[in-house]
Design a protein around this ligand. Structure first.
Ligand code: URA
Length: 236
């Protein structure tokens, strides 16, 4: 693994500003492989045994977080005025460089992955990877058999963009589950717009084979396990 500055490792792993990490290092609160190091600029292997105030600092190159996104929050890393999903990430797991994997509209709720691993994010979003996105949708009109067939064939949006085949399953007269393998801008709202229906509620419930954890209330977030990360790339 690449060497990194000691203050960067400490700041990242403890979720504290670099300036504070430097102070702690100078005060002798950090040891590496059993030796107290007081120079914040030292280049260290992140695999070394690093301790802060005698407690082991477990190095993680990247962090993968699942959030149950509430309404009214922007899918962005930062915004001058409005609250973003990264602002909502639970304090102990928040760190710099976090960004949502793809976007949910401000009024969409449900499963959102947040990470500082850009390659991973790209793999989840890329249509080439075929990661299915499952949503529950409440509409302002009834779903017909014709719509189900039309969605399966591939909807052509108002601007002429052709969508891939989508699986539409009726749950109730005006409630459905829909699975799509791409993520065009406002895709689901625009797809239903072509059949004259408006979307009243939209919730993402799964990404690939990973379903939104039942215990996660709206606005809550937690780290993903390795099995959960793998499930994203499995079939639903
Ligand atoms: N499609 C939409 O229209 N909105 C979302 O937030 C996600 C998919």
């Amino acid at each position: 693994m690449n060497l990194q500055r000691l203050d960067k490792i400490i700041a990242n792993q403890l979720n504290i500003p670099r300036s504070v990490a430097r102070k702690h290092i100078r005060w002798g609160k950090v040891s590496v492989d059993g030796k107290t190091l007081r120079d914040p600029s030292l280049q260290i292997s992140p695999e070394s045994e690093i301790e802060y105030k005698g407690e082991s600092v477990v190095y993680k190159e990247h962090i993968y977080i699942v959030m149950n996104k509430p309404k009214g929050v922007l899918s962005a890393s930062e915004d001058k005025k409005r609250k973003t999903v990264v602002d909502l990430v639970a304090e102990p797991i928040r760190r710099s460089g976090l960004a949502p994997v793809g976007r949910l509209d401000k009024d969409t709720t449900g499963l959102l992955i947040i990470t500082d691993d850009g390659d991973f994010a790209h793999n989840v979003i890329s249509p080439k990877k075929n990661v299915m996105k499952t949503y529950e949708v409440l509409l302002d009109g009834d779903i017909t058999e014709q719509m189900i067939l039309g969605f399966k064939e591939g909807v052509v949006l108002a601007d002429g963009t052709k969508c891939r085949s989508a699986e539409l399953k009726r749950i109730d007269k005006n409630k459905a589950e829909i699975k799509i393998s791409e993520g065009k801008y406002h895709q689901i709202k625009r797809m239903f717009g072509t059949v004259g229906l408006g979307v009243c509620e939209l919730k993402r419930t799964a990404l690939g084979g990973f379903k939104i954890p039942k215990e996660l209330n709206e606005g809550e977030s937690r780290e993903l396990s390795q099995d959960e990360i793998s499930a994203i790339f499995e079939d639903c």
